[in-house]
Design a protein around this ligand. Structure first.
Ligand code: HEC
Length: 124
């Protein structure tokens, strides 16, 4: 609710406000070096992230995951919005030994925009 009020306020105050969608696209741009949301795009350093929300952890059959992510998959863990947001805040804290060299995203608004974008990339 607070972030909604902030959004509303920034829409009123800023001459050319960035929409939440644009924020999500921007937040995903550093991820593109390693991840794609297009199921047909292969061969990147990280697993394909299409349809991530609702999907099992470590579910890209063509990707060779680390032991920690394979274990999470075997335990039946799935990606929902909440888990993804916690992950993005500090990936290695959730999965110690993760093979993803990316620091967490500190800004909660940016994380939420990214989660929304990953949940519905067609909002681009
Ligand atoms: C330098 C390359 C790199 C970057 C940049 C990167 N990742 Fe990753 N990501 C990986 C790798 C490699 C894995 C697999 C890690 C493992 O097996 O331990 C991974 C795994 C993941 C997973 C788990 C996927 C699954 O199938 O369960 C998610 C979600 C994810 N990354 C999201 C992101 C997001 C969002 C960003 C940008 C904010 C990002 N990553 C940036 C390399 C990267």
């Amino acid at each position: 609710m607070k972030s909604f009020a902030f959004l509303l306020l920034s829409c009123l105050l800023l001459p050319a406000p960035a929409t939440a969608e644009e924020d999500g696209v921007r937040a995903f741009s550093p991820c593109r070096a390693c991840h794609s949301l297009d199921p047909a795009e292969r061969g990147l350093p990280g697993p394909n992230l299409s349809g991530l929300i609702g999907r099992a952890v470590a579910d890209d059959a063509e990707f060779d995951y680390s032991p920690v992510l394979r274990k999470a998959r075997d335990e039946g863990l799935r990606w929902d919005r909440k888990r993804l947001e916690t992950f993005l805040a500090d990936p290695a804290a959730m999965f110690p030994g993760l093979w993803m060299s990316m620091r967490g995203i500190e800004d909660a608004t940016e994380r939420q925009a990214l989660v929304r974008f990953l949940a519905d990339p067609s909002s681009r």
